[in-house]
Design a protein around this ligand. Structure first.
Ligand SMILES: [Ca+2]
Ligand SMILES: [Ca+2]
Length: 262
């Protein structure tokens, strides 16, 4: 359990202090897109602690946000957004391969507050902050952490800021029922899904989908599992195009029917 409540924001010229495992998007901003053209981006060499975070957060008592890796992206207009999370194929100096990825996306981001009396101090969001603790106390059931992998949740910081993350969907590696959801049909270390989204800023939280891996007997409980995350943004088909297509299809079907009736 981490007890650090804030990180010092150093000058832009110097390296920032590690944010430990509080919610930070540093180095994990997938970009800003207008949805008018097709474009893509990939962030590699990220890692998450343990192979179970997503599945644990998809169960009845939710999960620890520290067991997910947080990314963000911004849309300035409607877009189709395809997200792909892949396990690293093999071990690296800082992580192993073998992640069974699950991810959820939400509209909204975990707040970071800059102390108005001391601009050098910023407060990151985490599960046991004062704001998150008050939120947990307001829930009608006990939770392990504030991360809800298959629904809305709130997370905040010690400065009192708290945001709702509005659930938009998930994708999880596996076949058939996976804790909290349905697998993508192929257990291969990759999971991908396309979402139709409107303008806004979104969080993507990635974690492991191996529910049993959280058992204390698991020797890899705290092992870092490597991943890469890809985003492919394309435009939403124009309604006119869709209806013309639909009209064309209807025409073809009518023609086929007429031929059949003859
Ligand atoms: Ca749980
Ligand atoms: Ca898969």
């Amino acid at each position: 359990m981490l007890t650090r409540h804030f990180v010092l924001a150093l000058s832009a010229a110097s390296l920032s202090l590690p944010a430990l495992a509080h919610v930070s998007y540093t180095g994990r901003d997938l970009g800003t897109y207008d949805g008018l053209s097709s474009t893509s981006n990939t962030i590699s060499n990220q890692a998450v602690s343990g192979n179970y975070g997503w599945a644990d957060a998809a169960d009845a008592d939710w999960g620890d946000s520290h067991k997910g890796k947080w990314f963000k992206f911004t849309l300035t207009g409607d877009a189709l957004v395809a997200l792909t999370v892949s396990a690293h194929a093999g071990a690296t100096s800082t992580s192993v391969g073998g992640l069974l990825p699950g991810f959820s996306i939400y509209q909204g981001i975990a707040p970071t507050s800059v102390d108005p009396s001391n601009a050098a101090v910023s407060y990151l969001s985490y599960d046991t902050s004062t704001a998150s603790t008050a939120y947990k106390a307001s829930l009608p059931f006990p939770v392990e952490g504030v991360w809800h992998a298959v629904g809305d949740f709130q997370i905040g910081n010690d400065f009192g800021a708290i945001n709702t993350l509005s659930f938009k969907g998930y994708s999880v590696d596996g076949v058939g029922a996976v804790q909290g959801g349905t697998g993508d049909g192929l257990l291969d270390g990759i999971t991908s899904k396309t979402f139709a989204l409107g303008a806004g800023t979104y969080s993507l939280i990635v974690g492991g989908a191996d529910y049993e891996a959280q058992l204390g007997s698991n020797p890899n409980l705290a092992t870092a599992y490597g991943m890469s995350v890809g985003i492919q943004v394309s435009s939403v088909p124009e309604p006119a195009t869709v209806s013309l297509y639909a009209l064309g299809l209807a025409g073809l079907l009518m023609g086929a029917r007429r031929r059949k009736l003859r």
